[in-house]
Design a binder for this molecule. Sequence first.
Ligand SMILES: Cc1cc2nc3c(=O)[nH]c(=O)nc-3n(C[C@H](O)[C@H](O)[C@H](O)COP(=O)(O)OP(=O)(O)OC[C@H]3O[C@@H](n4cnc5c(N)ncnc54)[C@H](O)[C@@H]3O)c2cc1C
Length: 180
Amino acid sequence: MAGSEQRRAIIIGAGMGGLTSAVALAGQGWNVQVIERTPGLRPVGYALVIAPNAQRALDAIPGHTVEQIHGLGAIQGDGGIRNARGSWLSRNNADTALTRYGHPAVAMRRSELVDILSAHLPKDALRLGTQVTGVNADTGEVALDSGEILRGDLVVAADGIIPGYERSSFPATQSQYLQA
Ligand SMILES: Cc1cc2nc3c(=O)[nH]c(=O)nc-3n(C[C@H](O)[C@H](O)[C@H](O)COP(=O)(O)OP(=O)(O)OC[C@H]3O[C@@H](n4cnc5c(N)ncnc54)[C@H](O)[C@@H]3O)c2cc1C
């Protein structure tokens, strides 16, 4: 895109993925618009464990999110995962997690993470009660149920695990799980 004009990102969905993308892109100088179909930010589910790798991702965005998260929860005692026969697959506690991964896993309420992330959204970036009805991946055009068409230099499909816009935008592409 030309000159110093601010680049625009349209983000479909205001779940954890969409909000994190929006804060990260805004921090890089993008104009962000998050489109969320529900009328309010009501995270589904209750508790959330934020693993060290997720915290590393959050550490890369503005807002000192990770420090705030660490203030909300901490591992106490030992934890781990056993197989069906009861043998330990992995064992952990706060000190080993910190040494091995750089962050402890933190359990907290989903709504707290949503509150922290949405507090760092630019003013007017969030558009609630609006459903995306189509995406043209070639032109960056995003159709809304209001009939409006937005255009982004970047469109982020953060509409959840149920394949939605990545499928309609990129019909030949299969979703893939990427191992870090
Ligand atoms: C029972 C359960 C427990 C879990 N526990 C953990 C855990 O402890 N730790 C962890 O890291 N992960 C956990 N997960 C996984 C985690 O919840 C998901 O990975 C995460 O919520 C995905 O976030 P997202 O933003 O990609 O999608 P979502 O949270 O699904 O958000 C998608 C958003 O897009 C909106 N949307 C969809 N379509 C449109 C449209 N057309 N127009 C506008 N808006 C639209 C939806 O309304 C929604 O708000 C758990 C999942 C489940 C089911």
